[in-house]
Design a protein around this ligand. Sequence first.
Ligand SMILES: Nc1nc2c(ncn2[C@@H]2O[C@H](COP(=O)(O)OP(=O)(O)OP(=O)(O)O)[C@@H](O)[C@H]2O)c(=O)[nH]1
Ligand SMILES: [Mg+2]
Length: 361
Amino acid sequence: MQIGIVGLPFSGKSTLYQTITKTHLDPSALSKVEAHHAIVKIPDERLEKCVSIFSPKSTVNATIEFVDVVGLKKGESGSTQFTTNFLANVKTNDALVQVVRLFSNDAVPHPDGSIDALRDIASFETEFILSDLSIIELRIDRIKKQVQKTPDEHLKKELPILQRCHQILLTEKPLREVSFTKDEHQILKTYQLLTIKPMLIALNFDESQRSTMEQTVRDIGAKKENQGTKVVSFFGKIEMEMSELPDEESKAFMSEYGINESALDTLIREAYTILGLQSFFTVGEDECRAWTIRKGMTAQDAAGVIHSDFFNKFIRAEVVGYDHFITHEGSFAKAKEAGHWRLEGKEYVVKDGDILSIRHS
Ligand SMILES: Nc1nc2c(ncn2[C@@H]2O[C@H](COP(=O)(O)OP(=O)(O)OP(=O)(O)O)[C@@H](O)[C@H]2O)c(=O)[nH]1
Ligand SMILES: [Mg+2]
């Protein structure tokens, strides 16, 4: 899974990127030519707990790839230019984090001259809607022409979905606010539309704004949150400084500042929620591992994530829920005695935290 960090110039994208990826970018490399990519291990207390029980030879966390998306330019008139290069870089992400600037800093003036989060959020929304509209209009025209020549059932099915999207976008509504069926999603996926991508709006505050921060998050949340959009907050500057410290010191520093959760933990938790993701675990003395799957996936789907062969040769899954597993000291046998071990078939819908052992032929 790939999450793109976008935002207006000087909003704190590279600051957030460096914080969550614990990388340090050379200021001269912060140039806006190439995107920075980093694969981040997803911290997971449950996996750590399993590791403390099994002391395995290897531990594998689930991962997410973060991208510091570049290419947004300040135009000559002062306004930001959403270049095609930038939009192309946004397309390939599964979800987006939009960094919105709340901090003031005279040394780096806001490109629009003032701090106004709702204005900044709206400017992205408008550009993304325009980009989606042009893609959809082009496609609708093509399909109409093609269908006249050779009637194609698949294309005919596509047309009403695209027309519905077109209508929605004309009302200035992003597609992430709308529910689509699995099939519709599948069709729309090929167009890499921007407004359909789940979005986390990450408000970047200065530590001096601590007292008003919660209220601001609530106000913006009330206006902007929906099924595909969530508003979160972070303190760009100090969180980056903390991320450069050793873990223990950074934790102490954070609690001193009243920060309960790091920017990385918040982003991952919320990204999982809006993307409809969850984890399951495989454990043993060789390896303890966390896996990411979509909610609603079955035991057979989950087996396929581990190995494509496991999908085809799936027989059954041994399942123990995470809490029961820990209560029984990580022993399938003890969980079984207590009646918390189950043998499930391929249709079983995996639950968050399930410990699975796949039986295959
Ligand atoms: N005071 C204050 N300054 C911040 C904060 N976050 C970022 N900055 C500063 O704002 C400037 C821009 O931050 P970056 O993270 O480079 O912003 P960016 O969005 O990557 O900028 P571009 O890549 O140039 O579009 C840097 O000088 C940061 O130190 C913050 O929370 N408080
Ligand atoms: Mg940057």
